[in-house]
Design a protein around this ligand. Structure first.
Ligand code: ZN
Length: 305
């Protein structure tokens, strides 16, 4: 009796470990995708996907909504990207911070190994992972962002003049900035298509203002290959690819956001540059081509390699 009880316990232990390893693998397969850009590895770390409704659109006609969001919802995601270069570990945005640390652990990276956090902008779903229990989650990292972005979101004056329901965004930006102190450094993003100096080896910041006053994209280049990490250039791929003129309620300047989106889509389609986005559904990376009807664009997700 004793022997068979022990055997049963062993079998149960083996089954449990198989189940646990299996589910850990499934979790990584779902939330982590790895890509090569020349000598760099770009790892997408996802905080998952959710369904949203068209009430967040600005400038979408009922016909467009009916055509591109016929079910009444579209899929969006929250992603961050880890760039592993031969001598650096760079994190682009930090999401809400809900899954980030679990995801980093899954790819064998400790927060203190990150040497730079690049921010596309200071919305909560991009800076949420910067603090843990009120302290810098990346103690050895420089936090680098566009000067225009930092100036706007840390301005007490602009905060006070903003609607009360928007003031929290400023408060969290101010808190993050104070916590990181001298580690926060600004840069001047360059104009799309111009000669832009490198911010880090193989990484150049590109201005795409409108979604926020200093919204920045990062061009990653290694070994003749490129990838544009485009931050929040889109939030609703289902409608903003075929109809890029649709903006979102959370764009600071919807008109400018549309102009930036149109310019970037044209540029990446013409130059065949793959893109990755913070709100692009899994696998969050792919190519943009001009739509067959000549109006708008089509996104084709890239297979992993
Ligand atoms: Zn945003």
């Amino acid at each position: 009796m004793r022997g068979s009880g022990l055997l049963l316990l062993c079998v149960a232990a083996v089954l449990f470990s198989l189940w646990a390893n299996g589910s850990a693998f499934a979790a990584e397969a779902e939330l982590v995708h790895r890509y090569k850009v020349g000598d760099f590895e770009v790892i997408q770390l996802s905080e998952g996907e959710s369904d949203r409704d068209p009430s967040l659109f600005v400038g979408a006609t009922p016909e467009l909504v009916e055509k591109y969001v016929p079910t009444g919802t579209y899929v969006t995601a929250t992603n961050t990207f880890l760039i592993r270069t031969p001598d650096r570990l760079v994190l682009v945005d930090t999401g809400y911070g809900r899954e980030l640390f679990k995801n980093l652990k899954a790819v064998g990276v400790k927060p203190e190994q990150i040497d730079t956090v690049l921010l596309t902008h200071m919305h909560g779903d991009h800076i949420g992972g910067l603090l843990r229990d009120g302290k810098p989650a990346f103690p050895k990292a420089a936090v680098r962002l566009a000067r225009q972005e930092l100036e706007y979101w840390t301005s007490e004056e602009i905060m006070k003049a903003s609607p009360p329901d928007r003031q929290d965004r400023f408060k969290s930006s101010i808190e993050v900035t104070k916590s990181y102190g001298d580690a926060v450094q600004t840069f001047e993003p360059g104009a799309l298509g111009s000669e832009i100096p490198e911010l880090l080896p193989g990484i150049r910041p590109i201005a795409a203002f409108g979604h926020t006053p200093g919204h920045t994209l990062f061009m990653v280049e290694s070994g003749g290959e490129r990838l544009l990490i485009w931050g929040d250039l889109t939030h609703a791929m289902a409608i903003q690819m075929p109809a890029p003129e649709v903006a979102m309620t959370y764009d600071s300047d919807p008109q400018m956001a549309v102009a930036s989106r149109l310019a970037v889509l044209k540029y990446v389609a013409e130059n065949k540059i793959p893109i990755a986005g913070m709100h692009v559904p899994l696998p969050a990376l792919g190519t943009v081509t001009t739509a067959a009807d000549g109006v708008g664009y089509t996104f084709t997700p890239t297979a992993k390699r």
